[in-house]
Design a protein around this ligand. Structure first.
Ligand code: ADP
Length: 226
């Protein structure tokens, strides 16, 4: 059995900024085991977000491969890639990216609406129970601007989980929260990792990740240093 959820090898990415080429990833080799909680740290601009986007199929590398279990995600056709992002991976971002004109419940339902089949009552009951589990049972009808930062992030996590992904990619999920709310979000992610067996890859500047991360790797000068 393949013990790896993700295996990246030789990942390279260069951005063209005007006349200057910025080599952001210069040969990343990284494996993430199933059910592992991996934290990626490194200075700002080191390429952490770029790496996360490539691992989740949001962006393409200039070279190298990413295997999700036994599948090379570069081999996906466009519709397969969209399905992969919708079903297998959940994304959590620093600024939540909730749609302001939709309620918490409707935001959480969005990834299900994008599926070819969906039954409103079933989807809604799953969304409600997720929100309940994440402590937002009394906030399902609230609009994002009626929620605190911590609550918005919990709604965003519920949205990331609605299709039951095996892997959650989190980009500075506590970066916009005070320390108490940040800690709550970290322990929530850890709980999901343990109880739902969701594999976690989290980029964070948070120093206090003892008890959360199974492993920490550092990104520096475009490569992974351990
Ligand atoms: P980190 O997440 O570690 O702060 P990023 O992956 O966001 O780093 O960015 C790495 C570098 O790549 C930065 O110098 C950034 O300006 C540059 N970069 C990121 N995305 C783009 C883009 N779409 N176009 C051009 N440059 C980019």
């Amino acid at each position: 059995m393949n013990e790896y959820m993700l295996r990246a090898s030789g990942l390279r990415k260069t951005y063209q900024n005007g006349a200057a080429a910025v080599e952001v990833l210069r040969g990343i080799d990284l494996g993430v085991k199933k059910e592992e909680f991996l934290v990626i740290q490194g200075p700002s601009g080191a390429g952490k977000s770029t790496l996360l986007h490539i691992l989740g199929g949001l962006d393409e590398p200039d070279g190298g491969t990413v295997f999700f279990e036994d599948t090379d995600i570069q081999s996906f056709k466009e519709n397969e890639r969209a399905l992969f992002r919708n079903r297998k991976v959940g994304f959590v971002f620093q600024f939540y990216h909730l749609l302001p004109e939709l309620s918490a419940l409707e935001n959480v339902l969005l990834p299900m609406v994008l599926r070819s089949w969906w039954e409103r009552p079933k989807a809604e009951s799953r969304a409600r129970s997720l929100l309940e589990r994440l402590g937002l049972g009394k906030r399902t009808g609230h609009m994002p601007n009626q929620l605190s930062g911590g609550e918005q992030q919990r709604a965003a996590i519920a949205r990331a989980l609605i299709n039951g992904p095996r892997l959650l990619l989190c980009d500075e999920p506590t970066g916009n929260l005070d320390s108490v709310n940040g800690k709550n979000i970290l322990s929530l992610l850890k709980q999901l990792n343990k109880e739902e067996k969701t594999t976690m890859v989290m980029v964070t500047h948070d120093k206090d990740i003892t008890g959360v991360a199974d492993r920490v790797v550092h990104l520096r000068d475009g490569v992974v240093v351990r």
